[in-house]
Write a protein that binds this ligand. Structure first.
Ligand code: PLP
Length: 374
């Protein structure tokens, strides 16, 4: 699905050198590379602060701690996503409230989210799914009208841009109050283990998040808050710094591969719907996710591809409202029909910067044959 080794070969020796340097300095925790990565990432995304942490889930958790989410607070999250977003809310004693998503973008619907607002709602977490930004203009507008904090989950979309009606653009993860990302190996910018980061323009929130991720300390042995231990290892920061210069090139390659799929799968509308041109921003194609017109054909196509030795994945096979951990904290009158439908009809095809045209031709061939009933 994702060829991680090709990114290593692309960086030709600079990763090895960076790791050896960390070992030579033995500054494994809070070493030089961590600070350098934070300032380079903040510069790259044109935002004031970047605070790295242990992983993307911690980034969500620490952001919510910093905004004061606690017992009885409601946080609106999409019903169609990875579970980390609901987990962070629930671990803080809050209630994740699930909004429905848009069928064509897979992203949280601002209208559905607005219908979920109650006097207890404190924050909203738009997830930029599969590499494509949410409608941040609509979400920010709605959040401002209701006084909500906007925490973006940008784990899958680092480098994509959000469009605003006045013509301005902002990088995803810098359009709300706080943006969170993950450096899990298969994400758009991945390290060699776990890692994450938070972004904000707000000095007060930045200071809080930095302290919270380091045992709530504002200085060594001065614990102002009850915090956590969640840091990015220096070795991981060094790996990320070595990869940073390649992001643009890898994104361009994924975009090309996505175009090639879309052209190759054209005209199959009766059976397959290819990803729509993103209406609210630019797409970095973390995933290339097609929809089938019915659930039975989705599973049959997945099997056909597997028979031909082609991997495919179902992200995500169940809306979060159906997950055992969250089922009982959902309110039954709040339908998430699109999320449920998507979980039965989506299929993600292999997508990475090293994808070859010949490989894509084989995949396209299997899918076209399947659609012809073969
Ligand atoms: C990967 C991911 C996370 C969690 O990141 P980790 O670094 O694995 O903790 C959160 N949200 C989304 C949408 C993700 O894809």
């Amino acid at each position: 699905m994702a060829d991680l080794y090709c990114q290593y070969t692309d960086t030709a020796g600079s990763i090895d050198k960076a790791i050896k340097e960390v070992i030579a300095n033995s500054d494994f925790i809070k070493g030089e590379a961590v600070g350098e990565l934070e300032s380079r990432l903040a510069g790259l995304l044109d935002t004031k602060h970047c605070i790295t942490c242990g992983n993307g889930t911690d980034a969500l958790f620490i952001s919510m701690m910093a905004t004061g989410i606690g017992q009885g607070d409601e946080v609106i999250v999409p019903a169609f996503s990875f579970g980390a977003v609901a987990e962070a809310v629930a671990l803080l004693g809050g209630t994740p409230v699930f909004a429905d998503v848009e069928a064509d973008t897979f992203n949280m619907s601002a209208d559905s989210a607005e219908r979920m607002i109650t006097p207890r709602t404190k924050a909203i977490v738009p997830v930029h799914l599969f590499g494509q930004p949410c409608d941040m203009a609509a979400i920010n507008d709605m959040a401002a009208r209701h006084g909500l904090t906007v925490i973006e989950d940008n784990a899958q979309s680092l480098g994509s841009e959000c469009f605003f009606p006045d013509g301005t653009r902002k990088y995803s993860g810098t359009a709300g109050h706080i943006g969170c990302t993950s450096f899990f190996p298969s994400k758009p910018l991945g390290c060699f283990g776990d890692g994450g980061a938070m972004f904000t323009d707000d000095d007060r929130l930045a200071e809080r998040m930095r302290a919270l991720s380091n045992h709530g300390q504002i200085r060594k042995y001065n614990h102002l808050h009850v915090g956590v231990n969640s840091r990015l290892d220096t070795i991981q920061a060094a790996v990320l710094l070595a990869k940073l210069g390649h992001i643009g090139e890898w994104t361009a390659k994924r975009r090309k591969a996505a175009e090639y799929y879309t052209a190759g799968l054209a005209g199959l509308d009766g059976t397959i719907i290819t990803p729509a041109a993103p209406p609210h921003g630019t797409h970095v194609y973390h995933q290339y996710t097609i929809r089938l017109t019915d659930g039975n054909s989705r599973d049959a196509l997945k099997n056909k591809l597997a028979e031909a030795g082609i991997p495919s994945m179902i992200y995500y096979p169940m809306p979060l409202t159906e997950q055992p951990a969250y089922k009982n904290i959902c309110l039954s009158d709040r339908g998430v029909t699109q999320a449920a439908k998507l979980s039965e009809t989506v299929l993600s095809l292999p997508m990475h910067s090293g994808l070859k045209k010949e490989h894509q031709d084989t995949i396209i061939g299997v899918i076209r044959q399947f659609c012809r009933g073969g």
